[in-house]
Design a protein around this ligand. Structure first.
Ligand SMILES: Cc1cc2nc3c(=O)[nH]c(=O)nc-3n(C[C@H](O)[C@H](O)[C@H](O)COP(=O)(O)OP(=O)(O)OC[C@H]3O[C@@H](n4cnc5c(N)ncnc54)[C@H](O)[C@@H]3O)c2cc1C
Length: 305
């Protein structure tokens, strides 16, 4: 049984119940071949890929549902090819909005037009836009097709990991009780601020870039085609950048860069979004129905190999 949580009008996210395994002296009675920490896009995709090799895995996920909002909304052809190998691509193609190009503007002048390679021999478009909550939900649905090989434990947070001679022991916390999990292998799929990598002393190496952005998912009915639009030094927000993407369910995604003294409060963002839309003069800002705001501190690392 799952209870839907309505955090956005367009998407009812099922909530999944906590399940405890059979415990012996506070330890999961079953030793697992692979433990995957984190049930986001990477952890769920990994579980599916392992299942296709007939390798069983246990996914430990801290939340009780999929993520909120659009997040990684642009899905590349390569990712669609990977989903196809895992027989999970149909839902993505049915819902996602395909696109092949974009326009870049300096202020209001178009300075560049992007056209990605695409022809009739390609099975998939170069990109589709789809909010990440759908991506995760479709992957969860695909995972449910492998009950013998994939177990997802929701509301189960990994708090520590200890490497043993023959594998790894994880400590997990739940609302009911903590317990330990033994596994031959563990994979850290717990996101950018991975607790597991910290516990194991693993670091990303590379060059870091930092920036503050606001992501606003706005509900807006518009027939404007699906293409990526980028503004540099936009008239309503000089010195900044602005990205705009059309998504399913009449949801538009706007990303803009914050200057140091800019406010990321919802009301401020709403006004900024309105003035951006007015300045762009491509859509009627009066038609703005809803604005879900996700401030984002971006710490981008270019990894060394
Ligand atoms: C606001 C926002 C906007 C973004 N916009 C973009 C974008 O435009 N384009 C883009 O490419 N990317 C974007 N991203 C990044 C994108 O969402 C991530 O790259 C993507 O989610 C990474 O997937 P993942 O599976 O590695 O990690 P995550 O999606 O972070 O998933 C990690 C999972 O691990 C779980 N977890 C964490 N710690 C533990 C623990 N200790 N125990 C158990 N479970 C744990 C979390 O609950 C989560 O479900 C954005 C992210 C945010 C937050």
């Amino acid at each position: 049984m799952t209870t839907p949580v309505q955090w956005a009008r367009y998407f009812d996210a099922p909530r999944y119940p906590l399940r405890l395994p059979t415990l012996v002296n506070g330890i999961d009675a079953k030793r697992h071949r692979v433990a995957i920490v984190g049930g986001g896009p990477i952890g769920l995709t990994l579980a599916l890929a392992l299942a296709h090799y007939r390798i069983a895995s246990l996914v430990l996920e801290a939340d009780d549902s999929v993520c909120l909002g659009s997040r990684a909304t642009c899905i590349s052809r390569r990712s669609l090819e990977i989903f196809a190998q895992l027989r999970a691509e149909q839902a993505f193609l049915a819902k996602g909005l395909p696109w092949t190009g974009g326009r870049s503007f300096h202020r209001n002048t178009e300075v560049f037009r992007l056209q990605m390679p695409h022809d009739e021999n390609q099975r998939f478009p170069p990109m589709i836009n789809l909010q990440q909550c759908y991506t995760e939900q479709y992957l969860v649905d695909a995972v449910h097709a492998w009950p013998d090989l994939i177990e997802v434990r929701w509301s189960t947070q990994v708090t520590d990991a200890r490497v043993q001679d023959n594998g790894v022991t994880l400590q997990v916390q739940t609302q009911q009780q903590p317990y330990a999990v033994d596994a031959d292998w563990v994979v850290a799929c717990d996101g950018a601020r991975s607790r597991l990598r910290q516990a194991l002393g693993l670091k990303f190496e590379g060059t870091q870039y930092e920036g503050r952005y606001v992501i606003a998912d706005i509900e807006l009915k518009s027939d404007y085609p699906t293409e990526r639009r980028a503004w540099f030094d936009p008239p309503s927000n000089p010195g900044s950048t602005l990205l705009m993407h059309k998504q399913p369910d009449n949801i538009w995604r706007m990303d803009y860069q914050l200057r140091d003294d800019d406010d990321a409060e919802e009301a401020v963002v709403r006004d900024t979004v309105r003035s951006e839309l007015d300045a762009i003069a491509l859509v009627d800002a009066q038609a703005l129905d809803r604005c879900d705001v996700q401030p984002r501190d971006l710490h981008r690392t270019s990894l060394s190999h």
